[in-house]
Design a protein around this ligand. Sequence first.
Ligand code: GLU
Length: 286
Amino acid sequence: MMITRFAPSPTGLLHPGHAFSALSAWQRFRDSPDDVAEKRFLLRIEDIDFNRCREDYETMLIEDLLWLGLEWEPPVRRQSEHLADFQKVADDLKTRGFLYPCFCTRKDILREIERAGGAPHGSEGPIYPGTCRELSSDEAASRIEASETFALRLNLEKSLAKIGGEITWQDEAAGTVKAEPELLGDAVLVRKDIGTSYHLAVVCDDAWQGITHITRGLDLFESTHLHRVLQELLDFPEPMYFHHELIRDDSGKRLAKRDESETLRSWREAGISAAEVKKRLGFEKL
Ligand code: GLU
């Protein structure tokens, strides 16, 4: 049975790009042949980044989604209410030796990359050069003792050695995809500032909510390489993915999820109906 979700972050007003993503997930749900009484559509608010998320944005995004005609099964899950659970998973990964503390600041990382003559770039910027991976546990412990702030990074090499063999995922758009987590390197799983990360929280929540189908934009395609590694390490089931295309404006420029002046709200205030929005975004049948 299909269990799917839309998982926005309340960091601003909903843009046409978000609406497109929400409608893509909603359409896939509506089109699935499963019994209507049994398939489930959930809404999850990804509000772990307290520096950027706001409650009024959450209220407005819920209003906008209802206006668009989406319906979800209550309750709405808020990631900020589950920080201790994410922490437990991080502790477990750390105990098993898959995470290491990283004391580097952004500046340290850039300096190290410059010294090494460059580093490959992934979706989240230059790949971490591994400076703190080799720290002895004594040195790490004494820096923690001295109240130096630190993030926790995934030791990718160790993780892949544990998993063994090839990791893939099924993507409704791209077919069978071979995971290439090297594109993200030793990613941060526990940020210094928020005590978790998008990657850790999204993988845990999708598993804990029993999500079978994940629809999200191609902007998150690269993250899936890492998410599959985490699912394997944590013994979580493998969901079916669909990474949808990103919408573009008439001139072919990608409509971003933020930094755009047009929002769903501005369209609505200009008198555009929900039916017209769906038509503009290519979902006239919904
Ligand atoms: N919260 C993420 C975003 O708004 C989406 C997470 C996901 O669908 O995996 O970009």
